[in-house]
Ligand binder design. Structure first.
Ligand SMILES: Nc1ncnc2c1ncn2[C@@H]1O[C@H](COP(=O)(O)OP(=O)(O)OP(=O)(O)O)[C@@H](O)[C@H]1O
Ligand SMILES: [Mg+2]
Ligand SMILES: [Zn+2]
Length: 334
């Protein structure tokens, strides 16, 4: 990948890791300063360690081993006293631990030699300029509000015996199950079908946030963005590493979200590419979420049987219905 981008990200990791360590250190100092007893324990550990090091300088190997064991026991005893005292003061042991953004890699970006999923996602966000993927606080399962969906059945209008609320809660449950089954190759992909303002993008965001939180990677692209990117890759002569990596990630990323399918300007070439991505991912068992305003019939007319048969065979089709949430929100705010 682009070395400049990589170095910038690594620098960010160093900064946030140092900040977490520094804050933990400062917190500890502020507590220990206020307690003479705790300071005394700390000093005891320090002096024990120093004298043990001194002894070790002239000791034989066996003597060193014994010395180290003794030191370990003594330090552990004092540490226990420290913990007791801390508890008495009303703190928990965890209060003194650094608060890393990612507990898995402790904000180093690596687990051993492997890139942590958080670093992989950071790189994707940068490569795809998808900075909205850094924060899902607003659109996540916690902020999901079924209040926008009526609990009245209207079969005539929506062609369903379920109320919009029952329906959206069912789709939410399917989505949550999908998030916990990212690695399960038998779990179907998701196709969100429905009119505008019914929460398709909202739920895609809920899913993206949850999947990333679970330690996987995700790319979100609207169909037009995706097609432009693919065209750029296919038509560039010298495929520089950046464009190539971007393209390859469409096949590698754990979850690919394609929003607004059917709004892109279509050509045979683009369609074949889209089909290729969907096909390859299905074969690899890698997950896809697709959203569209078009019905299956319209998708069939716009593309053809090759796409629609794959959608029907490999996707769990979720039909959204109800009132446009954007309009409800506007009504509430005036
Ligand atoms: N379940 C929900 N809880 C809270 N807010 C919601 C929910 N569903 C949708 N919204 C809000 O309603 C608005 C419209 O939702 P969204 O953009 O997801 O619709 P959409 O189905 O993707 O529409 P379009 O087809 O036009 O892209 C957004 O502001 C979104 O935050
Ligand atoms: Mg949308
Ligand atoms: Zn991490």
């Amino acid at each position: 990948m682009d070395a400049k981008i990589y170095n910038e990200i690594i620098k960010e990791y160093e900064n946030k890791r140092n900040k977490a360590l520094d804050e933990a250190k400062k917190f500890k100092e502020s507590v220990f300063e206020k307690s003479p007893e705790l300071s005394k324990f700390e000093k005891e550990i320090a002096s024990l360690t120093i004298s043990s090091m001194k002894k070790n300088l002239t000791a034989s190997k066996v003597e060193r081993e014994i010395e180290n064991q003794n030191l370990e026991i003594k330090v552990k005893e004092i540490q226990e006293k420290i913990n007791e005292k801390i508890e008495k003061l009303g703190y928990k042991k965890e209060d003194f631990e650094p608060k890393f953004e990612c507990e898995k890699c402790k904000d180093t970006g690596y687990n051993g030699k492997n890139k942590c999923s958080c670093l992989k996602q950071k790189i994707l966000n940068r490569v795809y300029s998808q900075f909205y993927m850094e924060n899902f606080d607003e659109e996540c399962f916690h902020t999901f509000d079924f209040g926008y969906f009526s609990d009245k059945v209207n079969e005539e209008k929506y062609g369903s015996k379920k109320s919009p609320r029952e329906n959206i809660l069912e789709i939410k449950a399917i989505s949550e199950k999908f998030c916990s089954s990212i690695e399960n190759k038998k779990e179907k992909n998701l196709l969100f079908i429905g009119d505008t303002g019914l929460g398709k993008t909202f739920l895609s965001n809920c899913i993206a946030g949850e999947v990333i939180k679970g330690g996987y990677t995700a790319i979100y692209q609207t169909a037009p963005m995706l097609m432009d990117m693919i065209t750029e890759y296919k038509t560039s002569f010298d495929k520089d590493s950046k464009v190539k990596e971007k393209y390859n990630q469409l096949f590698e990323v754990d979850l690919l979200i394609i929003d607004d399918l059917g709004t892109e300007t279509n050509t045979d070439f683009k369609f074949m590419e889209l089909l290729n991505i969907i096909n390859t991912r299905i074969i690899k068992g890698k997950k896809i979420v697709i959203s569209t305003n078009l019905s299956l019939q319209k998708l069939y007319n716009l593309y053809d049987a090759r796409l629609t048969s794959r959608l029907i065979g490999n996707f769990n089709i979720c039909k959204f219905f109800g009132e446009d949430v954007r309009i409800i929100k506007k009504r509430i705010s005036v």
